[in-house]
Design a binder for this molecule. Structure first.
Ligand code: SF4
Ligand code: SF4
Length: 414
């Protein structure tokens, strides 16, 4: 089998004039990578990243994205910086939330991603409430066969997915594949991956409904109405689990624990990850492999996702920048690099992981749910899924036919 090529820039001997940002340019122009030639004059180039949730301190810093914007400009392309609307949990802060377009753009500005700082438009790829999607038939999907990819990515001429590689609270790790399976789909796809669609959304505290009607207006499928007592009524038939109703319900009780809406988390993490890879397969088909490239920036490696406001402690030293046209190979390479790295002294990698080798274990099955220990994935992964979660994500991606776990790692730092 032919090995996919993964190029890397390491973090050795960084110095003034030769920072990781400078080295990003070296990667871009390298004769084997040729990103500068891949982009044609006048092409719209979507740069997909994650802006981080409110007060997240480990998401990818905006200066990396600005550098990529500059490089796209210099290649003659027309860059725009893209994110997608997130699920509606942060309802207590509607003006700075991932769960609606305006709130997420506000949040992006606060985190340094603005049209001014980026020198490119900063746009939600799936619209104001995550419903602007293009449906792709994915016959290889185990659970999701109709993938709701972000319309903005469908329409771009080229797409560059830029991820901070890290552990992940539910998926074992987060990199290029998770961007494809969650970051590049609308809320229908996110809800489908997290909760299996609408069957797990329910009205938990109808007594807290004030009858304001906010959620009725935002529900994309008309699932909500008010009864004769002005209390919320939910018909799950067409619900896509987008959680926009969560985000719109600003009743004061919702700022506490007794939210009107709730989601039962009943899907094992393994199924969530397989659903995520169903989405990834659809997105790759919807974009097509020749139009998409992947950059993983393996720095600030924590066990938390960019959407967790708790940034988390850094587990292993920065590993560098990775590039590949193959989303499976690039993530496999990053998993391998992180797995063999030494843990940062006094970090949870050293103090919280019972590893005789002193190395990060991607599979950490000795961890108890209530232990304050962190692995490459966090304690949020359900116990049954922990031993196989990293393997599941990579194997499910291969089953989608979107890449290879066999790779050749080429260090081009010099
Ligand atoms: S009820 Fe409507 S707004 Fe709420 S999750 Fe379902 S589809 Fe989304
Ligand atoms: S937004 Fe909340 S309070 Fe308003 S109608 Fe919907 S459930 Fe009731």
């Amino acid at each position: 089998m032919t090995k996919s090529k993964v190029y890397m820039i390491n973090t050795n001997e960084l110095k003034m004039g030769d920072s990781l940002i400078d080295r990003l340019e070296k990667l871009w122009n390298h004769t084997d990578v040729k990103l500068v030639e891949w982009i044609k004059k006048g092409e719209i180039v979507a740069i997909k990243t994650h802006f981080g949730s409110r007060n997240q301190t480990r998401h990818l810093r905006s200066m990396y994205i600005r550098k990529i914007v500059d490089l796209v400009h210099s290649a003659g392309g027309i860059p725009w910086v893209v994110e997608g609307v997130g699920l509606g949990w942060d309802s207590g802060n509607p003006e700075l939330t991932m769960s609606n377009g305006p709130g997420f753009i506000n949040l992006a500005n606060r985190h340094g991603f603005s049209t001014g700082t980026m020198n490119a438009p900063v746009v939600m790829g799936d619209g104001i409430v995550g419903t602007e999607v293009f449906h792709v038939q994915n016959d290889k999907g185990k659970y999701i066969k109709n993938v709701a990819m972000a319309m903005g990515l469908r329409t771009a001429d080229k797409v560059i997915i830029v991820s901070r590689f890290k552990g992940h609270d539910g998926a074992g790790f987060g990199g290029a594949l998770k961007q494809l399976g969650i970051g590049c789909v609308g809320n229908e796809g996110k809800g489908g991956a997290h909760w299996g669609g609408g069957r797990n959304i329910y009205v938990k505290h109808p007594e807290n409904c004030t009858g304001c009607g906010n959620c009725l207006r935002i529900c994309p499928y008309g699932c909500l109405s008010l009864d004769e007592n002005n209390r919320i009524v939910f018909d799950p038939t067409n619900c896509i689990a987008c959680t926009m109703c969560f985000s719109k319900c600003h009743h004061e009780k919702n700022l506490e624990k007794e939210r009107v809406f709730a989601a039962k988390r009943r899907i094992p993490n393994v199924e969530q990850v397989e659903r995520m890879m169903d989405n990834a397969g659809g997105v790759m088909k919807g974009i097509s492999p020749d139009r998409i490239r992947f950059i993983n920036i393996a720095i600030d490696i924590t066990s938390h996702c960019d959407c967790m406001s708790a940034g988390g402690s850094i587990l292993v030293p920065d590993q560098g920048i990775f590039y590949s046209p193959d989303p499976v190979a690039i993530d496999q390479a990053c998993v391998d690099q992180v797995t063999k790295a030494r843990g940062v002294p006094m970090s949870p990698a050293e103090t919280g992981i019972d590893s005789p080798s002193g190395r990060i274990e991607p599979i950490f099955d000795a961890m108890e749910p209530d232990e304050p220990k962190l692995g490459l994935f966090s304690r949020f992964v359900d116990p049954e899924s922990r031993p196989i979660i990293t393997e599941t994500q990579l194997a499910a991606a291969v089953a989608q036919g979107i890449g290879s776990r066999e790779y050749e790692l080429i260090d081009i730092t010099q």
